[in-house]
Write a protein that binds this ligand. Structure first.
Ligand code: ZN
Length: 319
């Protein structure tokens, strides 16, 4: 199951403390083991870390990873920057909670890797329903995301896009943040010529029809935004559905620097996440007073066009 849009960190069970007591604490930098060749496979027989210019990769014991892992991470970071118009440069929003200690135990204690860099954990998928997730500067991925057989590389675009965006301002709420993640996931897949299979949760490949009742948005786009922005997460994921459409619309109608303008406006505030009034005020300030009315008008044709593009892109992979 593709789970690109479900950043629920509670689903992966932390290791019990007792399991950690015999663990080797002197984890080493393992760059030398990664040849740079895409065809090579590295099996991590112990925990190890890799430090790039802008990220640190924390690798779980037992993961199998491609020889060009560092190049792939760097490429995805570069493409996300290109799509969203932001840079991964260090800001005051970089905060780490050391989730690796919860999820990977104390294996990485004492290492000297920079905390300013994006902290990326790569674990084995235990098949227990856990999914990839990200926090403001920390990400959990699975080694299978780098395996072309599984075709889940799109998830990496999504999670890194969260970190990139969250380096610019306070959290903009679920609709915008997830919309930006989905937008980067789709366009990143296109640019790196890999399939975005999770796009099938937005439209039917057979008919290119929406898998969401767009009439709810069209009837009252601002009310729907408010509702989904604070909705409990559920299988229907309306915040992703609305967000992907809305961010696609913003980029088309207000220019591809719109997310920078939104973030700059948002940076004046300390907290926004569930404050619908302030978030809507910021959106209108960065775009126009009638932004939601324009969105409702754009939606039927605009979304149809995007759905057809998604369909074309997936047909190339033999679906
Ligand atoms: Zn997300």
């Amino acid at each position: 199951m593709l789970s690109a849009c479900s950043d629920n960190k509670t689903q992966k069970e932390p290791l019990a403390a007792s399991e950690e007591s015999n663990m080797v604490s002197a984890v080493t930098e393992v760059s030398a083991r990664f040849s740079g060749n895409a065809g090579d496979q590295v099996l991590m027989e112990d925990y190890g870390y890799l430090e790039g210019e802008r990220y640190v990769l924390y690798l779980e014991k037992g993961t199998t990873l491609p020889g060009d892992l560092k190049n792939q991470v760097e490429e995805i970071m570069r493409i996300d920057e290109q799509i969203l118009g932001f840079s991964f440069s260090v800001t005051d929003y970089v905060k780490n909670h050391h989730w690796r200690e919860v999820f990977l135990g104390d294996a990485f204690q004492g290492i000297q890797a920079s905390e300013d860099k994006v902290q990326i954990m790569i674990a084995r998928d235990q098949g227990d329903g856990a999914v990839e997730w990200s926090d403001t500067n920390e990400i959990m991925l699975f080694d299978r995301d780098f395996d072309p057989e599984y075709s889940t590389r799109e998830v990496i675009f999504h999670e890194l896009a969260h970190v990139l965006r969250l380096r610019q301002s306070p959290h903009l709420g679920q609709v915008l943040e997830e919309g930006i993640g989905c937008y980067a996931q789709y366009h990143g897949s296109i640019l790196s010529e890999t399939p975005c299979w999770s796009c099938l949760q937005y439209m039917s490949l057979e008919t290119a029809e929406s898998r969401f009742d767009d009439s709810v948005i069209i009837q009252d786009p601002e009310a729907a935004f408010r509702k989904y922005n604070v909705a409990d997460r559920n299988a229907a994921q309306p915040e992703y559905q609305y967000g992907f459409r809305f961010v696609s619309f913003l980029m088309e109608e207000y220019g591809d620097d719109i997310l920078q303008r939104l973030s700059a406006t948002a940076a004046k505030y300390q907290y926004l996440e569930t404050d619908n009034d302030k978030i809507i005020e910021i959106i209108k300030e960065a775009t126009s007073e009638d932004v939601f009315e324009r969105f409702a008008k754009w939606l039927p044709e605009g979304w149809k066009r995007i759905s057809e593009n998604i369909e074309d892109s997936l047909r190339k992979y033999g679906y």
